[in-house]
Design a protein around this ligand. Structure first.
Ligand SMILES: [Zn+2]
Length: 112
């Protein structure tokens, strides 16, 4: 799959085969989205992979995919893109904590 090799170095065009591929193990392209803005990639869009989990990368949550707009917004800079992703995940974590009162219930029920 030569597309996979190229996608980490340049923007490539989404083909219908890529659109339907099993990204992250989920068939039908359901998770084939921009990691920053959430845009679901369609045939004809351009996207790029951002290699993470390298020595230099601040983000360790797996490789990212970005759309052409986000790629341009962060000057195609892998580190800037990863830092933005970390910011987004920090916000998500706060939302989860606010919505989640299960922990208190579990502690209240502990009965030895
Ligand atoms: Zn995007």
């Amino acid at each position: 799959m030569s597309e996979m090799r190229y996608m980490f170095t340049r923007l490539i065009r989404v083909t219908e085969r890529l659109e339907r591929a099993a990204w992250k193990g989920v068939p039908g392209g359901a998770l084939f989205k921009c990691s920053l803005c959430g845009h679901r990639f369609r045939a004809g869009d351009k996207f790029r992979g951002v290699m993470c989990n390298t020595k230099e990368s601040p983000y360790r949550g797996g490789n990212l995919l970005v759309c052409e707009e986000c790629h341009n917004e962060y000057d195609g800079d892998d580190v800037k893109i990863q830092e933005r992703r970390i910011e987004l995940e920090d916000v998500d974590d706060l939302d989860d904590l606010d919505d989640d009162d299960d922990f208190e219930e579990i502690e209240d029920d502990s009965d030895f």
